[in-house]
Design a protein around this ligand. Structure first.
Ligand SMILES: C[S@@+](CC[C@H](N)C(=O)[O-])C[C@H]1O[C@@H](n2cnc3c(N)ncnc32)[C@H](O)[C@@H]1O
Length: 271
């Protein structure tokens, strides 16, 4: 009975997050969500979902704290540097568009505070005159941070001195700010990947969806692989995080072109 009550309380917590933050906890691995909710419960020294539900209802700021816990924002410039070398070799060199008007389009899914989107833009600037990076994340604060484009110099270990000189300006207090010539290549948007019409069909040459899938249920992973497949142009490439693997039916949709760096090329479906 107590267990059933607890389960009902947990479901109510999920409904509350969905209503307030458009974050559907059912789409994420249950263990992941439970661990995150429990981390908030520990702050109050409580161990029952029922008690936490009361806090959520009574303290209007708690939902924001919970949402921050549910969306993990760890990221960095050129995270896993060998992935970016692989993108240069296998994508930028071979998929280079022919005509000057052929715009190269890149999507960063779950872009967090923007480091991934700016990194891929820095790289693309070496290869393309016309390109655009579109970057989306469900978390408004992260997207605002990305738009602001200010980073601690100490958190840029994978950027070379030349890259910092070319694309950032020092603004004091140990911080650097993205220069407009880089910023205008990236368009950030607050978007939930599970909302309708988020993924433009046949639009992108390259999609980075790194360290987002690991948190999702198997069903939603498959759903996302299909959506990303449809959003890629023919021969377009999807890049996953270093600990993410493509499993199940999605393997029919892509060919793995670099196993260790998790690069997958769209397979064109012949009906
Ligand atoms: C761990 S970060 C990954 C950042 C970057 N892609 C990287 O690999 O360095 C995961 C990001 O996915 C975002 N995210 C989680 N669920 C999302 C959803 N439903 N729609 C859009 N973004 C989501 C989180 O807000 C978070 O910023």
């Amino acid at each position: 009975m107590v267990e059933q009550e607890e389960q009902e309380a947990f479901q109510k917590i999920l409904s509350f997050i969905l209503a307030k933050k458009d974050f559907n906890g059912e789409f994420y691995k249950a263990k992941y969500i439970q661990r995150r909710v429990m981390a908030r419960m520990r702050v109050y020294g409580i161990s029952h979902y029922n008690d936490y539900l009361k806090i959520l209802f009574n303290d209007s700021e708690e939902i924001q704290h919970l949402f921050e816990r549910l969306t993990i924002h760890v990221t960095e410039f050129f995270r896993d540097p060998s992935v970016y070398t692989a993108i240069e070799t296998l994508v930028f060199n071979s998929l280079k568009p022919d005509g000057r008007n052929d715009h190269f389009k890149i999507l960063s899914v779950g872009c967090s505070t923007g480091e991934e989107a700016y990194s891929i833009a820095i790289l693309a600037l070496k290869y393309f005159k016309f390109f655009k990076v579109h970057a989306i994340d469900i978390d408004p604060q992260s997207v605002q941070f990305a738009l602001n484009g200010e980073y601690q110099l100490s958190a840029t270990r994978n950027l070379t001195k030349i890259q910092i000189q070319n694309w950032f300006q020092e603004i004091g207090s140990g911080k650097i700010k993205v220069l407009p010539k880089l910023a205008r290549r990236v368009e950030f948007q607050i978007q939930n990947i599970f909302s309708l019409n988020v993924f433009e069909l046949n639009a992108y040459n390259l999609i980075l969806c790194r360290n987002v899938l690991i948190y999702l249920t198997q069903d939603k992973q498959q759903w996302l692989f299909k959506a990303l497949h449809e959003s890629l142009k023919d021969n377009g490439v999807l890049v996953l995080g270093n600990t993410e693997t493509m499993m199940g039916p999605a393997r029919q949709l892509f060919i793995c072109i670099d196993t260790s760096n998790r690069l997958y090329q769209k397979t064109i479906m012949i009906n």
